[in-house]
Design a protein around this ligand. Sequence first.
Ligand code: ZN
Length: 405
Amino acid sequence: MSEADDRVRFVLARYRYRIYPDAAQCQALARVFGCARVVFNDAVRLREEARERGEKISDGEVQRQVITLAKATPGREWLGEVASVALVQACQDARRAYKNWFDSMAGRRKGRKTGHPRFRRRHGRQSVRLTRNGFTLHGSRLYVAKVGDIKVKWSRDLPSVPSSVTVIREADGRYYASFVVERDAQPLPPCDRETGVDVGLVSLAVTSDGLVIPNPRFLRKAERRLKKAQRALSRKQKGSRNRAKARQQVAVLYRKVRETRLDHAHKTALMLVRDNQAVYAEDLAVSGLARTRLAKSVHDAGWSMLVRLIEEKAQFHGRYFARIGRFEPTSQVCSECGARDGPKPLSVRTWTCKECGTVHDRDVNAARNVLALGQRERVNASGGSVRPGHGPAAAVERGTRRSAA
Ligand SMILES: [Zn+2]
């Protein structure tokens, strides 16, 4: 998001691989997940209690209480059975989650508002993060401290030595290793197009150029199957074998939806970043209030995934990217003359501006407003002057020309 995009030499990237722990390793991993979860939750709780008492608690003290002292406590002594790096990491994750939330509340943190750190749960996705001293790669295997050498399916090469790994057990029972690595940035030759992207009423996204990016048909199908399976699960009796089976089925369908969506989002993000020097996207977290009924979790999940990938790829390819936190409903303002037209029910797909008579497609008009807002915020943020190559004049002119057209 910085103006120094084209000076970025390295970017951090995640590389994810499927791993195949054997039975004993699965057990050992379950122990690590469990211990990391307990430490994380204890650390959040401890910070919460300190805050309620109006006391400050140091990071070292939190760690001492939830790890070192806890190990000597009956009921927590099993914390000693797993690698302490995993526990220290869980403690740091809790610290970061807590701090993000706290800063966000105090208005110190830019971007989306962060929720209160959620306690980790026993069910569903489990994960544990390990830094350099908690894992090594030797041969084709991933060695995890106190777990052993785990078989990895290397679907592509790692570009460099990873600085950390997250070992994940997804809800459907599959295991993955997600490595954080440094990659050389690959700036693309500059181009002079810029675009605004907004979430569509029925499509995944719509751009200010009028490009409609649909949700692929097979994704809609998979989503329908997922919803059906979720309904079936909710009808099953708690603790029954049928419920366990139904939960597994939901997890499998969920993975398929996620994988399909991810693949589609990768392609879309690459296209937008390749064809535009700057991409501005609406920040749903800010505007969420405005879209109550539309805010179906499935729809929003696809959108936030797309925006995250655009951001990553923009950084990697030396493009500019910014999230636009709109405070005016973009679908109610005419992108041609700026007149405010009032709220419209979701069924209204096109409307005519009462002031200037322009006929608008609801989504394209919103995307044009995102573009204009993004360009304005960018010029303002740079004190009215942007470095050569990112010409503010060009950006402003483009907006003016479009308005005059
Ligand atoms: Zn108008």
